[in-house]
Design a protein around this ligand. Sequence first.
Ligand SMILES: NC(=O)c1ccc[n+]([C@@H]2O[C@H](COP(=O)([O-])OP(=O)(O)OC[C@H]3O[C@@H](n4cnc5c(N)ncnc54)[C@H](O)[C@@H]3O)[C@@H](O)[C@H]2O)c1
Length: 322
Amino acid sequence: MTSLAKSFKFRAAFERFPQSSPLKRHQDKGGVILKGCNVKRAGLAISRTEERRLNMDLGLKGKVAIVTGAGRHIGRQIALTLAQEGARVVVNDYYEERAKEVAEEIEAAGGEAMGVRADVTNAEEVNELVKKVIDKYGRVDILVNNAGIMPMEAGAQPTGLLTFAEMDRKAWDDSFDVCMYGAMNCTREVIEGMINQKYGKILNILSDAGRVGEPRMTAYSAAKAGIGGFTKALAKEVGRYCINVNCVSLGATPSPSTEALIPTEQREERMKATLRVYPMGRGLERLGEPSDAANAVAFLVSDAAAWITGQILSVSGGYSMM
Ligand SMILES: NC(=O)c1ccc[n+]([C@@H]2O[C@H](COP(=O)([O-])OP(=O)(O)OC[C@H]3O[C@@H](n4cnc5c(N)ncnc54)[C@H](O)[C@@H]3O)[C@@H](O)[C@H]2O)c1
């Protein structure tokens, strides 16, 4: 079988698992489904384009990739996409069952993966995670620091996010612990190996909140901006070892859980208002989807992007342009 035919077989295998597709899960939870980019109807939704994938050989076959917080939504899609591109993927999540489920999904489709529970805020657990990866694969080529928490999970009310005046110190700490120190903990554990092997890709998931600032997301914006600075400084340190360090910065990427925070009767109105601030949202009539993030990540962690480092690429339909 030619490698092209194999690649198609692999892609077909991924598509044979509708029971595990994000669309199916979204539908099961009562979510709205749009029919692609030509929709005429607005509403918080995940469209079929979520499953659109890259169609180029990025040379990721056999690379060992760790994706943190990959048990659902954006991280899950990044893990699936890297696996589809041939990488051996370590699916990390705080929740073991989520990590295992995504790893099983990849393996069922013919890819190679292992699910490993670890809390990225805990340096010892991260050390154990990386040890397990080295024991099994002998190296780490790619680290995607995706784990992050939105402010609503860091103490805000379910129907609205807290202002800075309303936030307490714990809410700041939660944002910084996961979004910033979590990424630094994981990077610390893999960087020496990457330096020794003179090869590595570190990709941090940012939010445009960290680039332009979002009201009611002050600590989250600060933590994400911090990781942007970390990315650039580290890129300058480790370029000499052929290690690329970059960021993909996302805008609103609705998930069943973020939708659940908005009362059903307000969703259509909120969606229309949100779309207005996304230049591409107006045209495509949708917000970000996990595959938008995953496709950009797959490119940036490949050698097709070997000459790109220290960059923050906004993948947010033009929400921020800098
Ligand atoms: N969804 C959006 O609108 C949006 C927008 C901009 C940026 N982002 C960023 O994208 C990334 C993924 O977001 P998402 O929407 O998929 O989030 P999500 O909450 O749907 O999924 C995050 C996953 O990370 C895991 N996680 C949380 N804390 C962890 C920890 N300490 N250790 C290990 N795993 C942990 C969770 O269990 C969960 O499975 C985050 O960094 C987020 O800040 C998301």
